[in-house]
Design a protein around this ligand. Sequence first.
Ligand code: GLA
Length: 377
Amino acid sequence: MIDTQSLKALFAARFGTEGVAYFAPGRINLIGEHTDYNGGFVFPGAVGQGISAVIRPQAGPTVRLFAADLGRSCTFDLTDEAGPSDVNFRYVYGVVRELLAAGVGVGGFDAVYGGDVPLGAGMSSSAALESCFAYALNDLFGGGLDRMALARIGQATEHRYVGVNCGIMDQFASLHGRKGSLVRLDCRSGRFEYYPWRPEGYRLLLINSCVKHELVGSPYNERRASCERVAAMARVETLRDCSWAMLNAMRVRIDAVDYRRATYVLGEHDRVVAVCDALEAGDYEEVGHQMYLTHEGLKREYEVSCPELDFLVDEARRLGVSGARLMGGGFGGCTINLVRSERCDRFLDEVQRTYHDRFGVDCQPIPVAIGDGARKL
Ligand code: GLA
Protein backbone atom coordinates (compact mmCIF):
# COMPACT_ATOMS: atom_id res chain seq x y z
CA MET A 1 0.00 0.00 0.00
CA ILE A 2 1.27 3.45 -0.90
CA ASP A 3 0.65 6.09 1.76
CA THR A 4 -0.01 9.76 1.10
CA GLN A 5 3.50 10.85 2.08
CA SER A 6 5.01 8.48 -0.46
CA LEU A 7 2.59 9.69 -3.13
CA LYS A 8 3.60 13.29 -2.37
CA ALA A 9 7.27 12.35 -2.65
CA LEU A 10 6.61 10.57 -5.95
CA PHE A 11 4.76 13.62 -7.21
CA ALA A 12 7.63 15.93 -6.26
CA ALA A 13 10.19 13.64 -7.88
CA ARG A 14 8.19 13.38 -11.10
CA PHE A 15 6.86 16.88 -11.52
CA GLY A 16 9.34 18.92 -9.46
CA THR A 17 6.66 20.66 -7.40
CA GLU A 18 3.96 20.05 -4.78
CA GLY A 19 0.36 18.98 -5.25
CA VAL A 20 -2.80 18.77 -3.15
CA ALA A 21 -3.84 15.39 -1.73
CA TYR A 22 -7.36 13.91 -1.89
CA PHE A 23 -8.82 10.57 -0.83
CA ALA A 24 -11.92 8.54 -1.63
CA PRO A 25 -12.76 5.17 -0.06
CA GLY A 26 -13.99 1.79 -1.24
CA ARG A 27 -17.20 0.41 0.27
CA ILE A 28 -18.94 -2.53 1.85
CA ASN A 29 -22.63 -3.28 1.47
CA LEU A 30 -24.60 -4.88 4.29
CA ILE A 31 -27.53 -5.90 2.10
CA GLY A 32 -29.34 -4.82 -1.09
CA GLU A 33 -27.29 -6.31 -3.92
CA HIS A 34 -28.16 -5.66 -7.58
CA THR A 35 -31.02 -3.52 -6.35
CA ASP A 36 -29.51 -0.12 -7.20
CA TYR A 37 -30.15 -0.20 -10.95
CA ASN A 38 -33.60 -1.61 -10.15
CA GLY A 39 -34.57 1.52 -8.24
CA GLY A 40 -34.38 -0.31 -4.91
CA PHE A 41 -32.59 0.12 -1.58
CA VAL A 42 -28.91 -0.44 -0.83
CA PHE A 43 -27.17 -0.37 2.56
CA PRO A 44 -23.51 0.48 2.03
CA GLY A 45 -20.81 2.10 4.13
CA ALA A 46 -17.43 3.55 3.17
CA VAL A 47 -14.33 1.75 4.44
CA GLY A 48 -10.89 2.94 5.54
CA GLN A 49 -9.20 1.56 2.42
CA GLY A 50 -9.30 3.82 -0.62
CA ILE A 51 -7.50 5.72 -3.35
CA SER A 52 -5.40 8.82 -2.73
CA ALA A 53 -4.31 11.24 -5.41
CA VAL A 54 -1.88 14.15 -5.34
CA ILE A 55 -2.89 16.67 -7.98
CA ARG A 56 -1.74 20.03 -9.28
CA PRO A 57 -3.50 22.04 -11.97
CA GLN A 58 -1.19 23.35 -14.68
CA ALA A 59 -1.54 25.69 -17.62
CA GLY A 60 -2.46 24.09 -20.92
CA PRO A 61 -4.79 21.30 -21.98
CA THR A 62 -2.66 18.31 -20.96
CA VAL A 63 -3.30 15.73 -18.24
CA ARG A 64 -0.30 13.72 -17.03
CA LEU A 65 -1.04 10.75 -14.79
CA PHE A 66 1.14 8.33 -12.90
CA ALA A 67 -0.56 5.27 -11.37
CA ALA A 68 1.90 4.42 -8.61
CA ASP A 69 0.48 0.95 -7.88
CA LEU A 70 0.85 -0.05 -11.51
CA GLY A 71 4.08 1.85 -12.12
CA ARG A 72 2.56 3.17 -15.36
CA SER A 73 1.99 6.65 -16.72
CA CYS A 74 -0.36 8.15 -19.28
CA THR A 75 -0.80 11.51 -20.98
CA PHE A 76 -3.85 12.84 -22.79
CA ASP A 77 -5.32 16.18 -23.82
CA LEU A 78 -8.67 17.45 -22.53
CA THR A 79 -9.91 17.64 -26.12
CA ASP A 80 -8.81 14.10 -26.97
CA GLU A 81 -11.95 12.36 -28.28
CA ALA A 82 -10.76 8.75 -28.05
CA GLY A 83 -8.83 8.79 -24.77
CA PRO A 84 -6.39 6.19 -23.47
CA SER A 85 -6.92 2.56 -24.46
CA ASP A 86 -5.56 1.26 -21.12
CA VAL A 87 -8.73 0.74 -19.05
CA ASN A 88 -6.94 1.77 -15.85
CA PHE A 89 -6.58 5.30 -17.18
CA ARG A 90 -10.01 5.44 -18.77
CA TYR A 91 -11.55 5.88 -15.31
CA VAL A 92 -9.75 9.20 -14.86
CA TYR A 93 -10.20 10.19 -18.51
CA GLY A 94 -13.94 9.47 -18.26
CA VAL A 95 -14.30 11.54 -15.08
CA VAL A 96 -12.52 14.47 -16.73
CA ARG A 97 -14.74 14.26 -19.82
CA GLU A 98 -17.93 13.91 -17.79
CA LEU A 99 -17.01 16.88 -15.59
CA LEU A 100 -16.35 18.97 -18.70
CA ALA A 101 -19.70 17.87 -20.14
CA ALA A 102 -21.36 18.94 -16.87
CA GLY A 103 -19.87 22.40 -17.29
CA VAL A 104 -16.99 22.16 -14.80
CA GLY A 105 -14.02 24.12 -16.15
CA VAL A 106 -11.43 21.38 -15.72
CA GLY A 107 -8.03 22.42 -17.07
CA GLY A 108 -4.79 20.52 -17.50
CA PHE A 109 -3.27 18.87 -14.42
CA ASP A 110 -0.62 16.48 -13.17
CA ALA A 111 -1.51 13.67 -10.80
CA VAL A 112 0.05 10.73 -8.99
CA TYR A 113 -2.32 8.26 -7.39
CA GLY A 114 -2.51 4.88 -5.70
CA GLY A 115 -4.25 3.10 -2.86
CA ASP A 116 -5.02 0.06 -0.82
CA VAL A 117 -8.46 -1.14 -1.96
CA PRO A 118 -7.72 -4.72 -2.99
CA LEU A 119 -8.32 -4.89 -6.74
CA GLY A 120 -11.00 -7.29 -7.87
CA ALA A 121 -12.26 -7.86 -4.31
CA GLY A 122 -15.68 -6.35 -4.95
CA MET A 123 -14.91 -3.38 -2.69
CA SER A 124 -15.26 -0.86 -5.53
CA SER A 125 -11.70 0.16 -6.23
CA SER A 126 -12.89 1.68 -9.51
CA ALA A 127 -15.57 3.78 -7.81
CA ALA A 128 -12.95 4.96 -5.29
CA LEU A 129 -10.75 6.08 -8.17
CA GLU A 130 -13.59 7.86 -9.96
CA SER A 131 -14.85 9.49 -6.78
CA CYS A 132 -11.38 10.63 -5.77
CA PHE A 133 -10.82 12.43 -9.08
CA ALA A 134 -14.39 13.70 -9.39
CA TYR A 135 -14.21 15.18 -5.89
CA ALA A 136 -10.69 16.58 -6.33
CA LEU A 137 -11.17 18.14 -9.76
CA ASN A 138 -14.52 19.64 -8.78
CA ASP A 139 -12.76 21.18 -5.78
CA LEU A 140 -9.61 22.35 -7.57
CA PHE A 141 -11.45 23.83 -10.56
CA GLY A 142 -14.36 25.32 -8.58
CA GLY A 143 -17.06 23.15 -10.16
CA GLY A 144 -19.61 23.54 -7.36
CA LEU A 145 -21.19 20.13 -7.97
CA ASP A 146 -22.68 18.41 -4.92
CA ARG A 147 -21.71 14.89 -3.85
CA MET A 148 -24.66 13.23 -5.55
CA ALA A 149 -23.82 14.94 -8.85
CA LEU A 150 -20.22 13.76 -8.44
CA ALA A 151 -21.43 10.19 -7.83
CA ARG A 152 -23.35 10.42 -11.11
CA ILE A 153 -20.18 11.59 -12.89
CA GLY A 154 -18.46 8.39 -11.71
CA GLN A 155 -21.41 6.22 -12.71
CA ALA A 156 -21.56 7.83 -16.18
CA THR A 157 -17.84 7.15 -16.54
CA GLU A 158 -18.49 3.42 -15.99
CA HIS A 159 -21.31 3.46 -18.54
CA ARG A 160 -19.69 5.52 -21.27
CA TYR A 161 -15.96 4.94 -20.93
CA VAL A 162 -15.61 1.50 -19.33
CA GLY A 163 -18.71 -0.35 -20.51
CA VAL A 164 -20.19 -1.43 -17.16
CA ASN A 165 -23.85 -0.40 -16.80
CA CYS A 166 -23.57 -0.18 -13.03
CA GLY A 167 -25.99 1.39 -10.57
CA ILE A 168 -25.16 4.30 -8.27
CA MET A 169 -24.31 2.44 -5.03
CA ASP A 170 -20.52 2.35 -5.20
CA GLN A 171 -19.89 5.95 -6.17
CA PHE A 172 -22.64 7.09 -3.80
CA ALA A 173 -21.02 5.26 -0.88
CA SER A 174 -17.54 6.50 -1.70
CA LEU A 175 -18.78 10.10 -1.66
CA HIS A 176 -21.34 9.97 1.17
CA GLY A 177 -19.68 7.61 3.66
CA ARG A 178 -19.74 8.63 7.31
CA LYS A 179 -17.51 7.21 10.02
CA GLY A 180 -19.35 4.67 12.16
CA SER A 181 -22.53 4.70 10.05
CA LEU A 182 -24.04 2.70 7.25
CA VAL A 183 -26.28 4.57 4.90
CA ARG A 184 -29.52 3.36 3.41
CA LEU A 185 -30.10 4.83 -0.02
CA ASP A 186 -33.39 4.68 -1.87
CA CYS A 187 -32.09 4.51 -5.43
CA ARG A 188 -35.45 5.53 -6.88
CA SER A 189 -35.83 8.83 -5.02
CA GLY A 190 -32.16 9.46 -4.19
CA ARG A 191 -33.13 9.97 -0.52
CA PHE A 192 -30.77 8.52 2.06
CA GLU A 193 -30.52 8.01 5.79
CA TYR A 194 -27.55 7.25 8.04
CA TYR A 195 -27.79 4.30 10.43
CA PRO A 196 -25.20 4.20 13.23
CA TRP A 197 -23.50 0.83 12.96
CA ARG A 198 -22.68 -0.33 16.48
CA PRO A 199 -23.48 -4.02 16.56
CA GLU A 200 -22.34 -4.73 20.07
CA GLY A 201 -20.83 -8.18 20.36
CA TYR A 202 -20.50 -8.61 16.58
CA ARG A 203 -17.91 -7.81 13.97
CA LEU A 204 -18.02 -7.47 10.20
CA LEU A 205 -15.30 -9.37 8.40
CA LEU A 206 -14.57 -9.58 4.72
CA ILE A 207 -12.95 -12.66 3.27
CA ASN A 208 -11.45 -12.21 -0.17
CA SER A 209 -11.81 -15.39 -2.20
CA CYS A 210 -8.97 -14.03 -4.37
CA VAL A 211 -10.99 -15.05 -7.40
CA LYS A 212 -10.59 -11.90 -9.43
CA HIS A 213 -13.87 -10.05 -9.67
CA GLU A 214 -13.96 -8.04 -12.86
CA LEU A 215 -17.21 -6.51 -14.02
CA VAL A 216 -15.77 -5.27 -17.30
CA GLY A 217 -16.79 -7.92 -19.84
CA SER A 218 -18.66 -9.96 -17.17
CA PRO A 219 -22.35 -10.93 -17.41
CA TYR A 220 -23.19 -7.97 -15.14
CA ASN A 221 -24.77 -6.06 -18.05
CA GLU A 222 -26.80 -9.15 -19.01
CA ARG A 223 -28.29 -9.30 -15.51
CA ARG A 224 -29.30 -5.68 -15.79
CA ALA A 225 -30.79 -6.28 -19.24
CA SER A 226 -32.93 -9.15 -17.86
CA CYS A 227 -34.34 -6.84 -15.21
CA GLU A 228 -35.07 -4.14 -17.76
CA ARG A 229 -36.94 -6.56 -20.01
CA VAL A 230 -39.19 -7.64 -17.13
CA ALA A 231 -39.77 -4.03 -16.07
CA ALA A 232 -40.72 -3.11 -19.64
CA MET A 233 -43.23 -5.96 -19.77
CA ALA A 234 -44.73 -4.79 -16.49
CA ARG A 235 -44.83 -1.24 -17.92
CA VAL A 236 -42.90 0.18 -14.99
CA GLU A 237 -39.65 2.13 -15.00
CA THR A 238 -37.75 -0.29 -12.76
CA LEU A 239 -38.49 -3.51 -10.89
CA ARG A 240 -38.94 -1.44 -7.73
CA ASP A 241 -42.44 -0.75 -9.03
CA CYS A 242 -43.22 -4.34 -9.92
CA SER A 243 -45.08 -6.25 -7.17
CA TRP A 244 -45.05 -10.02 -6.67
CA ALA A 245 -48.65 -10.09 -7.95
CA MET A 246 -47.65 -8.25 -11.14
CA LEU A 247 -44.65 -10.49 -11.67
CA ASN A 248 -46.62 -13.69 -11.17
CA ALA A 249 -49.43 -12.50 -13.43
CA MET A 250 -46.87 -12.14 -16.25
CA ARG A 251 -45.04 -15.34 -15.48
CA VAL A 252 -46.12 -17.36 -18.55
CA ARG A 253 -45.10 -14.55 -20.88
CA ILE A 254 -41.63 -13.99 -19.40
CA ASP A 255 -38.52 -15.86 -20.39
CA ALA A 256 -37.77 -18.37 -17.59
CA VAL A 257 -34.30 -16.98 -16.90
CA ASP A 258 -35.55 -13.38 -16.78
CA TYR A 259 -38.30 -14.50 -14.40
CA ARG A 260 -35.74 -16.08 -12.09
CA ARG A 261 -33.63 -12.91 -12.10
CA ALA A 262 -36.71 -10.81 -11.26
CA THR A 263 -37.69 -13.09 -8.34
CA TYR A 264 -34.24 -12.44 -6.88
CA VAL A 265 -34.68 -8.66 -7.17
CA LEU A 266 -38.15 -8.63 -5.60
CA GLY A 267 -36.94 -10.97 -2.86
CA GLU A 268 -33.93 -8.75 -2.16
CA HIS A 269 -36.21 -5.77 -1.74
CA ASP A 270 -38.14 -7.69 0.93
CA ARG A 271 -34.89 -8.69 2.64
CA VAL A 272 -33.65 -5.09 2.86
CA VAL A 273 -36.91 -4.10 4.51
CA ALA A 274 -36.57 -7.04 6.92
CA VAL A 275 -33.00 -5.97 7.78
CA CYS A 276 -34.10 -2.42 8.53
CA ASP A 277 -36.73 -3.76 10.95
CA ALA A 278 -34.18 -6.11 12.51
CA LEU A 279 -31.67 -3.28 12.95
CA GLU A 280 -34.29 -1.15 14.64
CA ALA A 281 -34.99 -4.05 17.01
CA GLY A 282 -31.24 -4.64 17.52
CA ASP A 283 -31.71 -8.20 16.26
CA TYR A 284 -28.40 -8.98 14.56
CA GLU A 285 -29.12 -12.70 14.30
CA GLU A 286 -32.03 -11.80 12.03
CA VAL A 287 -29.78 -9.46 10.01
CA GLY A 288 -27.41 -12.39 9.55
CA HIS A 289 -30.24 -14.73 8.57
CA GLN A 290 -31.28 -12.34 5.81
CA MET A 291 -27.66 -12.16 4.60
CA TYR A 292 -27.62 -15.95 4.14
CA LEU A 293 -30.91 -15.73 2.23
CA THR A 294 -29.40 -13.08 -0.03
CA HIS A 295 -26.52 -15.38 -0.81
CA GLU A 296 -28.92 -18.16 -1.75
CA GLY A 297 -30.72 -15.78 -4.10
CA LEU A 298 -27.49 -14.52 -5.65
CA LYS A 299 -26.36 -18.10 -6.15
CA ARG A 300 -29.51 -19.79 -7.43
CA GLU A 301 -31.72 -17.07 -8.90
CA TYR A 302 -29.34 -14.34 -9.99
CA GLU A 303 -26.45 -16.74 -10.67
CA VAL A 304 -23.57 -14.40 -9.91
CA SER A 305 -21.72 -16.58 -7.39
CA CYS A 306 -18.87 -19.05 -7.95
CA PRO A 307 -17.71 -22.24 -6.14
CA GLU A 308 -15.14 -20.37 -4.04
CA LEU A 309 -17.70 -17.86 -2.70
CA ASP A 310 -20.24 -20.63 -2.06
CA PHE A 311 -17.60 -22.54 -0.14
CA LEU A 312 -16.77 -19.51 2.02
CA VAL A 313 -20.45 -18.99 2.84
CA ASP A 314 -21.00 -22.69 3.60
CA GLU A 315 -17.97 -22.67 5.88
CA ALA A 316 -19.26 -19.57 7.63
CA ARG A 317 -22.54 -21.35 8.31
CA ARG A 318 -20.77 -24.47 9.56
CA LEU A 319 -18.60 -22.39 11.90
CA GLY A 320 -21.52 -20.58 13.52
CA VAL A 321 -21.16 -17.23 11.77
CA SER A 322 -24.40 -15.26 12.13
CA GLY A 323 -24.60 -14.12 8.50
CA ALA A 324 -22.53 -14.39 5.32
CA ARG A 325 -22.96 -13.70 1.64
CA LEU A 326 -21.04 -12.66 -1.40
CA MET A 327 -20.71 -8.89 -1.57
CA GLY A 328 -20.92 -6.58 -4.57
CA GLY A 329 -21.44 -7.55 -8.18
CA GLY A 330 -20.32 -11.16 -7.76
CA PHE A 331 -18.34 -13.46 -10.07
CA GLY A 332 -15.54 -13.48 -7.46
CA GLY A 333 -14.37 -11.02 -4.85
CA CYS A 334 -15.30 -11.08 -1.16
CA THR A 335 -17.82 -12.47 1.23
CA ILE A 336 -19.13 -10.22 3.99
CA ASN A 337 -19.57 -11.94 7.34
CA LEU A 338 -21.40 -10.88 10.46
CA VAL A 339 -19.64 -12.75 13.26
CA ARG A 340 -20.12 -12.83 17.02
CA SER A 341 -16.89 -11.38 18.39
CA GLU A 342 -16.00 -14.48 20.38
CA ARG A 343 -16.25 -16.62 17.25
CA CYS A 344 -14.01 -14.49 15.04
CA ASP A 345 -10.64 -16.10 15.76
CA ARG A 346 -11.82 -19.65 15.31
CA PHE A 347 -13.73 -18.76 12.15
CA LEU A 348 -10.72 -17.04 10.60
CA ASP A 349 -8.31 -19.85 11.49
CA GLU A 350 -10.60 -22.58 10.24
CA VAL A 351 -11.81 -20.94 7.07
CA GLN A 352 -8.30 -20.08 5.95
CA ARG A 353 -7.21 -23.67 6.49
CA THR A 354 -10.16 -25.37 4.82
CA TYR A 355 -10.17 -22.91 1.90
CA HIS A 356 -6.53 -23.66 1.23
CA ASP A 357 -7.15 -27.41 1.48
CA ARG A 358 -10.04 -27.19 -0.94
CA PHE A 359 -8.72 -24.77 -3.59
CA GLY A 360 -4.93 -24.78 -3.08
CA VAL A 361 -4.85 -20.99 -2.74
CA ASP A 362 -5.13 -18.67 0.23
CA CYS A 363 -8.17 -16.58 0.96
CA GLN A 364 -7.50 -13.23 2.55
CA PRO A 365 -9.30 -11.75 5.56
CA ILE A 366 -9.79 -7.99 5.19
CA PRO A 367 -10.45 -5.84 8.26
CA VAL A 368 -13.35 -3.37 7.98
CA ALA A 369 -13.76 -0.05 9.74
CA ILE A 370 -16.59 2.17 8.55
CA GLY A 371 -15.02 5.48 7.54
CA ASP A 372 -15.75 8.85 5.97
CA GLY A 373 -16.40 9.58 2.30
CA ALA A 374 -14.27 11.48 -0.24
CA ARG A 375 -12.26 14.37 1.17
CA LYS A 376 -9.26 16.65 0.85
CA LEU A 377 -6.42 15.42 3.03
C1 GLA B 1 -21.39 -3.44 -8.55
C2 GLA B 1 -22.02 -2.20 -9.18
C3 GLA B 1 -23.10 -1.61 -8.28
C4 GLA B 1 -24.09 -2.66 -7.82
C5 GLA B 1 -23.37 -3.90 -7.31
C6 GLA B 1 -24.31 -5.03 -6.99
O1 GLA B 1 -20.67 -3.11 -7.42
O2 GLA B 1 -21.05 -1.24 -9.46
O3 GLA B 1 -23.75 -0.55 -8.93
O4 GLA B 1 -24.99 -2.98 -8.85
O5 GLA B 1 -22.40 -4.38 -8.23
O6 GLA B 1 -25.12 -4.68 -5.93
